[in-house]
Design a protein around this ligand. Structure first.
Ligand SMILES: *Cc1c(COP(=O)(O)O)cnc(C)c1O
Length: 398
């Protein structure tokens, strides 16, 4: 079995090792939750301070023009585009992923007015499913079909995640997109657990959404993004008609006229301060070779599986190619096990009813971190340290 010295040697030879210096990582913490909230980029703290003190404090309302606040949703979208296989003018930033899902699915339904089936994965992240249920309830007459049935026929839209948040299983995006199109459906991809974790290409899809606070490291409350294929720019409608999606927001007209292109999917005032953190986080991504990122991600998750695979049932796919950048393990007392790990500096998270999740953000997680996390997990289980009654009490956020 691979030992600690070998892991240190792998870190020394890692072509991505310098990226770790870009992040603030507390002493004594092995942070394996970058798939839930990415670590703080050092430059984000400086950038947010500048946005607050110089832009807001110094320019006041003039910041909309002088600091480019007004153009942020499209300018930031253009910088996310290369990470998802999109081009300029195809991605808009704003709101939350839940709202972007609502916009994408509603627009898809309006593009397929003769169809009444929405295919969604009941095991998907619940917000995706809740949004679809709400939309179907509002419109009436729609059937929500579970993707597990495997039938796309008659579907207006298929909504799936590229990487499953619970198991880390990775979907075959080109194959599934092609299948949806063959069935006459439109394809919406949720990229929350794949963007920033691996090379992504949704250029064949119709819509895609994702958050920026997970692997992209833009911070808590950072805005989401929405991709709309240029095929649909002239015809797709934004059901959330707000003034920032209007053709002339500052004409203050009474009637809604959609803007041209991706801008029509903007809704209201952009999230200026959290966009400042996203701006800084994206400066890092401009320098990341995504093929090396994926290679390291697969090496990290494979190492963890090798080190702990004998201890617990592996919920994630055994083949690294079929995984995202996370490893999920099953334990009937998963909650106290995770609390015991966190108490010892190894931060993962727990997903009900029995899953321990470990995310490996390749920009700042080292091979030695994987080694040490595995050793701590082994100790917690071997010595049954999780049985301490302190770990049984549930906190509000797991
Ligand atoms: C994290 C996540 C979301 C988050 O939605 P928000 O509205 O941004 O809170 C949505 N979908 C998936 C698959 C996720 O993993």
């Amino acid at each position: 079995m691979i030992d600690r010295d070998r892991c240190l040697a792998l870190d020394a030879a890692d072509p991505l090792r310098a990226f770790r210096e870009e992040f603030v990582l507390p002493e004594g913490v092995i942070y394996l939750v970058g798939n839930s909230l990415g670590a703080l980029p050092r430059r984000a703290a400086d950038r947010v301070r500048r946005a607050v003190e110089q832009e807001w404090g110094g320019q006041l309302v003039g910041g909309w023009n002088q600091a480019g606040w007004y153009d942020q949703p499209l300018a930031l979208g253009d910088r996310i585009a290369p990470l998802i296989g999109a081009g300029p003018g195809e991605v808009v930033v704003g709101n939350s992923t839940s709202i972007a899902i609502y916009q994408a699915v509603a627009a898809a339904l309006r593009l397929r007015p003769d169809r009444r089936v929405i295919v969604s994965d009941a095991r998907n992240f619940p917000t995706d499913h809740y949004v679809v249920q709400g939309l179907a309830g509002l419109l009436g007459g729609y059937e929500i079909r579970d993707a597990a049935e495997g039938r796309f026929d008659d579907a207006a839209v298929v909504l799936l995640s590229e990487v499953d948040y619970r198991t880390g299983a990775r979907a075959d995006v080109p194959a599934v997109t092609a299948r949806a199109h063959e069935a006459g459906a439109l394809m919406v991809w949720d990229l929350c657990h794949s963007v920033g974790a691996m090379p992504v290409d949704v250029s064949a899809a119709d819509f895609a959404v994702g958050c920026t606070y997970k692997y992209l490291n833009a911070g808590p409350g950072a805005p989401a993004f929405l991709y709309v294929s240029p095929r649909h720019h002239a015809t797709a409608e934004n059901v959330l008609q707000g003034w920032h999606g209007h053709a002339a927001p500052f004409a203050f007209e009474t009637g809604y006229r959609p803007a041209e292109g991706i801008r029509r999917f903007a809704v209201g005032t952009p999230h200026v301060l959290s966009s400042a953190a996203l701006d800084a986080a994206l400066e890092i991504w401009e320098r990341v070779p995504m093929d090396l990122l994926r290679a390291k991600s697969m090496a990290l998750t494979s190492l963890f599986v090798d080190l702990v695979g004998d201890l617990l049932e592996l919920v994630s796919p055994a083949d690294a190619e079929a995984r995202g950048s996370q490893v999920s393990l099953r334990h009937p007392d998963g909650y106290p096990v995770m609390r015991a790990l966190i108490d010892r500096g190894v931060h993962g998270d727990f997903r009900a009813p029995d899953i321990l999740r470990f995310g490996f953000a390749p920009l700042y997680i080292r091979y030695v971190d994987v080694h040490d996390a595995a050793a701590t997990l082994r100790e917690v289980l071997d010595k049954e340290l999780w049985r301490d009654e302190r770990y049984a009490q549930r906190l509000a956020v797991t």
